[in-house]
Design a protein around this ligand. Structure first.
Ligand SMILES: Nc1nc2c(ncn2[C@@H]2O[C@H](COP(=O)(O)OP(=O)(O)OP(=O)(O)O)[C@@H](O)[C@H]2O)c(=O)[nH]1
Ligand SMILES: [Mg+2]
Length: 335
């Protein structure tokens, strides 16, 4: 059936449900489906969670806050139903135009989904950043679930002292319970190890109503391949450079040329200052070489073929402050 699947890029702008595409079967009577928004403050593990649930790396992840910059859809199809996860940028108090766009997009996602999965970091108690997110969530009546992530950290930090463990664990859960709207269910899991994710999946299906297949059963994202390629390059920059560089970087895929033997990709890395360009290029071009080579390997996995990747670095002063430049680099408020 694979030959009937339309190009991923076409699906991105298609209407739901995607009727008329051959590979979409009609759903049995008790089939559940719907949209689940994954929201929370930056760095709590939202993208790691979505990747685990759908079984493929769709969203890049890192220990640097504000890694995700766009709403990303990841699709999970089982015999029970189909969940379309919407991964969102971490909600924070924005300091520049880019931040404003990110938070606006996260807020829009909350309004457009059937269930909100509010993900928090279980290795720390609730803080101001979480309360800030809850205040935004309360503006909408979308049903919610509290997802306490990183529970693998409980065992690591607390050793074998059982009483201390249960005490701290209870404290953490209580701190989040106190801030969420009444009636929300709670689920604990680790997006890193997968512990607790079966229960989470069951809980989500319980919350969804009967519905159609929105996407073909074997599709895991509607994100265009070009977009993911750019993200994989940005991920390597985040991983290999430090400090303020990750936030000042945008990647644009200028050209993709496919031949039966190889895919040639031309990409531009945009930074804000000459000094940042210097860091990205590195001594004797070594840093850029490392970024390109690591990204190329990731892209080869994505497209399952050989890749030739050519990367340029361009200085575009203050692009994060300019609405026009943001839009040009692919960051705009999404419908
Ligand atoms: N120990 C542990 N670390 C985790 C877990 N889930 C995610 N992480 C780590 O937390 C960091 C942030 O993960 P991301 O998935 O990028 O977080 P995010 O919420 O998408 O972050 P933003 O996109 O910046 O909002 C990464 O270093 C992950 O490896 C978990 O269950 N346990
Ligand atoms: Mg993310």
């Amino acid at each position: 059936m694979a030959e009937y699947i339309p190009p991923i890029a076409d699906l991105a702008s298609a209407e739901f449900p995607l009727e008329g595409f051959l590979p979409i079967p009609s759903a049995p009577e008790n089939f559940k489906s719907g949209f689940v928004g994954i929201v929370g403050r930056p760095n709590v593990g939202k993208s790691t969670l979505m990747n685990y649930l759908v079984g493929q790396k769709i969203a890049i992840t890192s220990s640097v806050a504000q890694t995700t910059r766009n709403r990303l859809r990841g699709i999970l199809t089982t015999e029970t139903g189909q969940i379309i996860f919407v991964d969102t940028p971490g909600i924070h108090k924005p300091h520049h135009q880019l931040g404003k766009v990110l938070v606006q997009n996260a807020e829009r996602a909350i309004q457009g989904v059937d269930v909100v999965l509010f993900v928090v970091d279980g290795s720390t108690k609730a803080g101001g950043g979480d309360r800030y997110v809850v205040d935004i969530l309360k503006r909408w009546q979308t049903p919610g679930i509290l997802g306490i992530n990183k529970i693998d950290a409980w065992a690591d930090d607390l050793g074998s002292e059982e009483s201390k463990e249960s005490l701290d664990r209870a404290n953490v859960i209580n701190s989040y319970q106190e801030i969420i709207p009444e009636g929300w269910q709670i689920c604990e899991f680790s997006a890193l190890t997968g512990a607790g994710l079966d229960s989470l999946q069951n809980l989500l299906f319980q919350q969804l109503a009967a519905g159609p297949y929105y996407y073909p059963p074997d599709l895991v994202t509607d994100q265009p391949e070009r977009f993911i390629m750019g993200e994989l390059i940005r991920e390597q920059i985040i991983l290999l450079t430090r400090e303020e560089i990750p936030h000042s970087v945008a990647v644009v895929i200028e050209q993709v040329e496919e031949t039966p033997q190889i895919t040639r990709i031309l990409a531009t890395i945009h930074v804000e200052r000459d000094s940042q360009k210097g860091i990205i290029i590195g001594k004797g071009g070594l840093m850029l070489k490392s970024i390109g080579s690591a990204a190329r390997q990731q892209i080869q996995k994505l497209i399952e073929g050989k890749v030739y990747l050519e990367v340029f670095v361009k200085v575009q002063p203050k692009w994060r402050q300019s609405r026009f430049q943001l839009a040009e680099l692919g960051y705009r408020v999404e419908d």
